[in-house]
Ligand binder design. Structure first.
Ligand code: PHE
Length: 366
């Protein structure tokens, strides 16, 4: 065997034995690197005379080619093996159960507000909002409750020490009615809005919490009368409770910002000790439940909101959102709404995928 053949078979057997890509790279440097043994042989060609070079060059070139080919072939084998090994550790077992779904639920208050927005959007109402930290003027004065008005005392108001820009003190709004004034002042007439949001009163028991939710309704246009109010409330309540068996009783009442004022009761029956909406409250075994306050907007409110009450009339109503949720979904303690107990939320909460739609029925499915 010639010297070159010995070098070649030695190189080939060492390349074949290389355990991994690092070992192979070390061999490449050893043979073909700048200081490599095969490279060293190639350099000797430069010092030969032409005849000698012509005689020896092909064999040395062939050696270099053979070593390079062996390196490349082994590299392919090692890379394939490495990929194989990586794929083996990264397998995805498609027989495993699917990951658990989202755990959070939509709070009944949010669900009911979504349902109300959907129902009223269908009737052409936009959604309006106002600040929870309110100016005395919007919460009371502009709603026909001047400084000394006795109705103010009924609101158990949380006041701030700060003086309000329009006089009196800043406060946490006690109802959503100030949004009536803000909307008329900002947008003029006609108006057709609902205004859902948080309200605050210093009061706490099983049916009262210091913070609760209301939704205000306001329609201002020409020639609006009590019939429009009654039809709107009936349509809304039938859609909300998903039954045509809703009987309303309109009772004369008093709110400073509506004239006349109407309190609306809804008939219920007692079934297995629970109140179930439906039927006249006057039927045997039935009763009436107070549901909301409403009335024709007092002309003084329209005036203070910058509109001409001889041209524009309207109606307004205010409902407790939490109360609507309790009636529809059967909770009996309002305080639990705000405890943040996950067990309660899992029981009474709604899927985020369950968007209320009129076509699908606004109510959430169990
Ligand atoms: N703002 C009243 C309340 O909180 C409800 C109401 C709204 C009454 C609109 C009449 C008109 O009790």
């Amino acid at each position: 065997m010639s010297e070159l053949e010995t070098i070649q078979s030695d190189a080939e057997s060492r390349i074949a034995a290389a355990a991994d890509l690092n070992a192979l790279e070390a061999l490449r440097v050893e043979f073909l690197g700048k200081q490599g043994s095969v490279s060293g042989l190639l350099k000797t060609l430069g010092k030969m005379n032409p005849e000698e070079r012509q005689e020896k060059a092909p064999a040395i070139q062939a050696l270099r080619q053979a070593v390079a080919d062996a390196l490349a072939a082994k590299k392919d084998v090692l890379e394939a093996a490495e990929l194989e090994a990586r794929l083996a550790t990264e397998t995805l077992d498609l027989t495993l159960p699917a990951p658990e779904g989202a755990r959070g639920t939509v709070h009944p208050v949010s669900q009911v507000m979504d349902e109300l927005a959907e129902i009223f959007a269908d009737l052409g109402f936009a959604v309006a909002t106002g600040p929870e930290i309110e100016d005395d003027w919007y919460n009371f004065t502009a709603l026909n409750m001047p400084e000394s008005h006795p109705a103010r005392a009924m609101h158990d108001t949380f006041y701030f020490p700060d003086t309000a820009p329009k006089g009196g003190r800043m406060l946490l709004r006690t109802h959503t009615s100030p949004v009536q004034v803000r909307t008329m002042m900002a947008e003029g007439a006609p108006v057709r809005i609902i205004a859902p949001g948080r309200v605050y009163r210093s009061d706490s028991d099983a049916t009262h919490t210091p913070m609760f939710h209301q939704i205000e309704g306001l329609v201002i246009d020409r020639d609006i009368h009590l019939g429009h109010l009654k039809w709107t409330l009936e349509t809304f309540l039938k859609a909300f409770f998903e039954t045509d068996d809703i009987v309303l009783r309109l009772r004369p009442s008093y709110f400073p910002f509506t004239e006349p004022s109407v309190e609306v009761d809804v008939g219920f029956a007692i079934v297995k000790g629970k109140r179930v909406l439906g039927g006249s409250g006057d039927a045997p075994g039935h009763g009436w439940m107070e549901l909301l306050g409403s009335g024709m907007v007092n002309r003084r409110v329209i005036e203070m909101s910058g509109l001409d009450p001889d041209e524009w009339q309207g109606f307004a109503f205010g409902v407790g959102v939490d109360r609507l949720a309790m009636l529809k979904y059967g909770m009996d303690d309002l305080r639990a709404f705000f405890d943040g107990d996950v067990r309660w939320l899992q029981h009474y909460g709604f899927s985020a995928y369950d968007q209320p739609t009129l076509s699908g029925g606004v109510g959430a499915r169990a």
